[in-house]
Design a protein around this ligand. Sequence first.
Ligand SMILES: Cc1cc2nc3c(=O)[nH]c(=O)nc-3n(C[C@H](O)[C@H](O)[C@H](O)COP(=O)(O)OP(=O)(O)OC[C@H]3O[C@@H](n4cnc5c(N)ncnc54)[C@H](O)[C@@H]3O)c2cc1C
Length: 418
Amino acid sequence: MDETTSDQPASRVRKVRCCIVGGGPAGMMLGYLLGRAGIDVVVLEKHADFFRDFRGDTVHPSTLQVMDELGLIDGFLKLPHQQLQKMDGLFGGTKVRIADLSRLNSKYPFIAFMPQWDFLNFLREAGRRFASLEVLMSTEAVDLIRHDDTIAGVRARTSDGIVDIEADLTIACDGRHSTVRERAGLGVEEIGAPMDVLWFRAGHKPDETENLFARIEPGKMMVTFDRGDYWQCAYVIAKGQYDAVKARGLQALLDDVVRMAPVLKQGIAAVKSFGDIKLLTVAINRLGRWARPGLLCIGDAAHAMSPVGGVGVNLAVQDAVATANLLADRLTRGRPSQDELDAVQRRREFPVKMTQAMQVIVQNRIISGALKGGGRPLKVPLLLRLISALPWLQGIPARFIAIGVRPEHVHSKAVPTA
Ligand SMILES: Cc1cc2nc3c(=O)[nH]c(=O)nc-3n(C[C@H](O)[C@H](O)[C@H](O)COP(=O)(O)OP(=O)(O)OC[C@H]3O[C@@H](n4cnc5c(N)ncnc54)[C@H](O)[C@@H]3O)c2cc1C
């Protein structure tokens, strides 16, 4: 948080029922749901637009189901996207099937790959019809407003100066580096991850296709997503080793990449320097307590997820749905009690813990072993061999990844719009 703004007088004061900090998947979905319920709500987003790379862009069947329940699915699926059903991996040269979403009993049995900015823009446009919802771009929460022990809103920096937004409830959706939760003094439990991820794009020719998704070799691991006109690549490295990778030089890294994924031979030319590669410092953590009087944290602000399974966006959306289900009606009458805020954690903590536990198992049993390498040939773990050999088992990881634990459905009310 910015100390310099704390003592300055605000040039404006605004009062709302609910102030959501952060216009990511959690904040934009929650803003939409509360606007739909007629709650006076603002969403603050510090950036001027959503056009930033370096975000997850997997929309899973659980989120597609939510879009369906909101009556938004037809327009949403008209946006350019790719669909993935079968997830295959190359494990030390042996091909294995990790998951098959076609085995799911779901209306939308596929993962939709869509740039996250398209998803967020879509929600923003769809929400414009709710008079009580306002999304304030280029507006950064820089401090909390406190009345005794209660959080009573945020102080925000805008291009027109400082504004105090007083709110009965502030909801932190400001992501894994949440300044709101840090300012509120909520303690984070770090669970840890053995890896970091290098995230980059390679060029894609129209005739290039490959169903492979993950590639694991002794000491190396990489995931590729076919995004139609480019390949999105995630090269996994042991935690803290990015400087060592840089010291070996760009060419050594690109050679490794192409050896693991020959399909990238031409397209890798798009990576011209380390500036084209983003480092994702992988974290798994969660808050001990998600709420204090007047404040609730959800999404990555409450629990950063590992990229394993690509579930972060979807958990953020599920948190938003649960929050609206539990609090939208209550918000019409003013500030929810601490116990009512804690109900969101009681509802969502179990799915979060279960998902993080599965991510830790994959990290420890598969990724750590592979990254240690040691020159020995890799053996496909028994669990993966079983899943690959018995197609009916492929629905289990598919369900875990695509639907998740205790999926949420929209129960919050919708007030008629003009
Ligand atoms: C490189 C990378 C790849 C990933 N890949 C995947 C994937 O394939 N699939 C997947 O499901 N997940 C993926 N994730 C994780 C996923 O992006 C997150 O779990 C998800 O976006 C969390 O949503 P959120 O709304 O809680 O937070 P975020 O998406 O982090 O959104 C937080 C928002 O708050 C804004 N903000 C921050 N501070 C302030 C402030 N003080 N005031 C106002 N606004 C503020 C930020 O600008 C941002 O827009 C990936 C993450 C990264 C970094």
